[in-house]
Write a protein that binds this ligand. Sequence first.
Ligand code: PGA
Length: 257
Amino acid sequence: MTDRRPLVAANWKLHKTLGEAVALAEDLYAALTEDGEAALRDVDIVIAPVFTALARVHAALSETGIALAGQNVFEQDSGAFTGEVSAPLLADAGCTYCIIGHSERRQHFGETDDGVHRKLEALLRHRLVPIVCVGETLEQREAGDATEVIVGQLDRALGGIAPADLHDLVVAYEPVWAIGTGRTATAADAQAAHAALRAHLEGRDAKLGADTRILYGGSVKPDNAAELLAERDIDGALVGGASLQAGSFADIVRAAL
Ligand code: PGA
């Protein structure tokens, strides 16, 4: 890591009832503060619960400095779009961030790079910080196409948006084969991917390249987080499975200090 402020985000995916979500949020705050305020002071911590738990988790975490994210968003603000949730509604529920383009959305719900671009525009309209996920499949990695795939996904997600409008952008590199599998990219492979993504951002705008936080995701655990986060272009983590336990997520956050 460099002087970019570390960011560690919890993706709770489709887990936790209201009661469980509030309890986990409270346990997490307790775990993060048991040895002082450093974790909360020096790391941006973001939690993405299911939509139905957002408002309650927001109430439970108000004044803690822990931020909330949506796991997805629809590109339009309102209208006849049954079953969707929009950026202004996420903001209304207490979100300041939103994950878009997660590989599970691409894989199970047919999300495309163009769709991710439109979601990004919706988030920017409402001043929500986008966490744009990119990642290659195992097949693509084995074919030697990983860099081309992830840089292409990022390029199409950003489209023609002016760099000045992307000053809060967060990118998450999540190799699909590492998500929920217990397989992690080596720190060196992850660093190489992050460097390629940063080079693309730098090509758009030097400041965008220097300032954008790029998170690694895919089976991040307390025992591999420090090694990954020590890499110069890895600015934080997007954590799925290990974020469902307060102790292990807090340990990952501490690894970012
Ligand atoms: P995982 O999930 O940590 O369980 O691999 C990461 C993610 O999907 O964001």
